[in-house]
Each structure stands twice: as structure tokens, then as C-alpha cells.
Design a protein around this ligand. Structure first.
Ligand code: UDP
Ligand code: MG
Length: 326
């Protein structure tokens, strides 16, 4: 993200837009009303994420009337995370608030977010406590939030809320790709920023339709694993993979030791040893664990090599002394 000095008197609103033509004018009017009562100046940054309707024509009209409106148009649909990343890079304010373009988020919450930031939080995430979405969205979302909270230790009710506020410092350090916008609080927390939550009003979608179907939950679940790994072990993968590797190798060693002891017992014809069936199962399990453990360890090593790329790119020599007389 390019380095730029944030304007302390400016609040940037970053709004991703994908096929929201009917909502934009009303949204702009509501924002203008709220902005009039704020002490800071406001800029409104719309990111048109490759809309197929004439959303951008509407944005262009708004910008012609109101010079606080800025806009970026993507060549095609790159997804909400990409739209937010572009908005963050363009935003000039010291504080940035993101909101959805579909009028589901209420601009009247803006002052409440600002208060919460002043209370000392770096990132404040909205919580749609009373949510106006269909049950097949609300229910899986509850499960997702609980799961993510427990797994990452960042306890929020609504990780993926579109309305969030950031101090500029925090968002300069957020790296988003794919659909990582769902994990902004987790990513910010992993960088040491203080993350808080604010209950907000939510409204039903009046125009257009949701861009995300049930597939979001499959993608979301896969991304949870990625985020947990990246934030936890991204810089030390062998600590994760190697730990599992060692556990399986230990299991295999234990199995082989048992089989060996059994073989010895049989040699001395002492107490009856294991039956042949038990021996076979023991052997298969031990060999399987051994192979699995070795796989984990070797993959861990490769992962470490990938992470240590910069280190490996150092000069392949180290000079002790030079005599450089002429
Ligand atoms: N959005 C976007 N790119 C996409 C999908 C959505 O910029 O590929 C925007 C969309 O226009 C809206 C916000 O992201 O402003 C949230 O999308 P939506 O309302 O469909 O999500 P939901 O509220 O159903 O979770
Ligand atoms: Mg919506």
C-alpha cells in the first residue's frame, strides 16, 4: 500500500459497489445529511467493483454535484476485498469508515463509530444485533462467527459486518486478497491493533439482491483455516506441521516398540503374545503413522524454505576481511 500522510481533519467513507444503481442516490443523500452535523470534513470514496448496471454513471453524476465524492471503477468484478483494498489505498483521511452501498447500513451510525475510536480502539466492527436478512443467511452466519471467535480468540458477534471504522494506521497494515474481507478484525488483532465492537441498526435490502449465496459458507470455512494458519503460524510453519509430524512419529515408535516387545516375548515362549490379527493391525497403524509423520515433517521443512525466501536470497558468502589497497 502506498505511503501517504493521513489528513487528521478528514473522515473517509469507503463504499464498495457492485450493481447497486437504485441505492446510490439515497445513500449519498443520507451521508450528506449526517456529514453536515460532523465537525470533520468528509470524503466519499466509491469503488465500483465492475458493476454491470449503470452504477458508475450514477456515481459520476453524484461526483459532478458534490466534490466530496471520489470514485474508482474496476475493469471487471474483483470482489469486495479487492474493492476495499483499493478504497483503503485511495482514502486520505485519518479515520476510515467502510459501509455497504445497499442501504442496509445506516449512515447515522457514523458518529457512534467515531466516539468508539476516540475511546481508544484502532478498529471498530459493527454488530448487526437485530439483523434483517433471510434466516438461511443469519443462522449459518451465527455458527461462522462463533467458530471463528473460538478458533482465533477474537471474540466478536459479527466479524463480517460491512460497516467498520479504522484508524488510518491500522488499515495501512491490513493485507487483503481473495475474500479476506471477512477476517479484517482477526487480521488487525494479529498485528496488535485493539479491536472493538459496536451494535448498529441494520435494515432490509430494498433494491437489488445480495451478491453472496450459500457458497459463501464453504469459502468462508476454508478461509477460516487459512487465516488461522497465516495469523498463527504463517512465519513459522514447521511449528504447526512439525508438531503433528512429531506426534505421529512418536505414535509409530510406540507401536513398533510394542510389536518388538511382543516378538521378544514370543521368542522366549513366555506368556502368550498378541494374536496375528492384532499384530497386523498394529503393524499397519505404526507404518501409517510413521509415513504420515514423516510427510508432515518434510512438508513443514518445505514450508519453512518458502517462508525464509528472503533469508535464502542473501549473498551465498560472508566476507571476513577485505584488503582493497590501490
Ligand atoms: N460487493 C462488491 N463486490 C462484490 C460483491 C459485493 O463490491 O463482488 C458490495 C455490494 O455492492 C455491497 C457490499 O459489497 O455494497 C455487500 O454486498 P451484499 O449486500 O451483496 O452482501 P450481504 O449484505 O448480502 O452480505
Ligand atoms: Mg447487503
Amino acid at each position: 500500500m502506498p505511503e501517504q500522510v493521513a489528513d487528521p481533519q478528514l473522515l473517509s467513507l469507503v463504499i464498495p459497489v457492485y450493481n447497486e444503481r437504485e441505492s446510490l442516490a439515497a445513500l449519498h443523500a443520507e451521508i450528506a445529511e449526517v456529514a453536515a452535523a460532523l465537525p470533520e470534513r468528509v470524503e466519499i470514496v466509491f469503488i465500483d467493483d465492475g458493476s454491470k448496471d449503470d452504477s458508475f454513471a450514477v456515481i459520476r453524476e453524484l461526483a459532478a454535484k458534490d466534490d466530496r465524492v471520489r470514485a474508482i471503477r474496476f475493469r471487471r468484478n474483483f470482489g469486495k476485498a479487492a474493492a476495499l483494498a483499493a478504497g483503503f489505498a485511495a482514502a486520505k483521511g485519518n479515520v476510515v469508515i467502510t459501509m455497504d452501498a445497499d442501504l442496509q447500513d445506516d449512515p447515522h451510525e457514523i458518529p457512534n463509530f467515531l466516539t468508539k475510536l476516540r475511546d481508544g480502539f484502532d478498529v471498530v466492527s459493527g454488530w448487526k444485533k437485530v439483523r434483517h436478512d433471510p434466516w438461511h443467511k443469519v443462522l449459518p452466519s451465527r455458527v461462522f462467527n462463533k467458530f471463528l471467535s473460538v478458533l482465533t480468540g477474537v471474540h466478536l458477534h459479527d466479524h463480517n459486518c460491512g460497516m467498520k471504522a479504522y484508524k488510518a494506521d491500522a488499515l495501512r497494515e491490513l493485507f487483503m486478497y481473495g475474500e479476506m474481507h471477512r477476517f479484517v478484525p482477526v487480521l488487525a488483532n494479529a498485528r496488535g491493533f485493539k479491536v472493538g465492537e459496536l451494535v448498529i441498526q441494520h435494515r432490509a435490502r430494498k433494491f437489488g439482491h445480495s451478491k453472496y449465496g450459500w457458497k459463501r459458507f464453504i469459502k468462508g470455512a476454508l478461509d477460516v483455516v487459512t487465516v488461522r494458519l497465516l495469523t498463527g503460524f504463517g512465519r513459522r510453519p514447521q511449528h504447526f506441521l512439525g508438531a503433528w509430524g512429531l506426534a505421529f512419529v512418536a505414535l509409530a515408535s510406540f507401536g513398533f516398540a510394542l510389536l518388538g516387545a511382543n516378538w521378544l516375548l514370543c521368542q522366549f515362549d513366555a506368556l502368550a503374545g498378541m494374536g496375528p490379527g492384532t499384530q497386523l493391525v498394529g503393524l499397519i497403524l505404526s507404518v501409517g503413522s510413521g509415513l504420515l509423520g514423516t510427510q508432515f515433517l518434510l512438508t513443514g521443512l518445505l514450508a519453512e524454505v518458502a517462508v525464509a525466501r528472503k533469508w535464502l536470497d542473501q549473498d551465498p558468502f560472508s566476507v571476513a576481511e577485505r584488503i582493497d589497497g590501490r
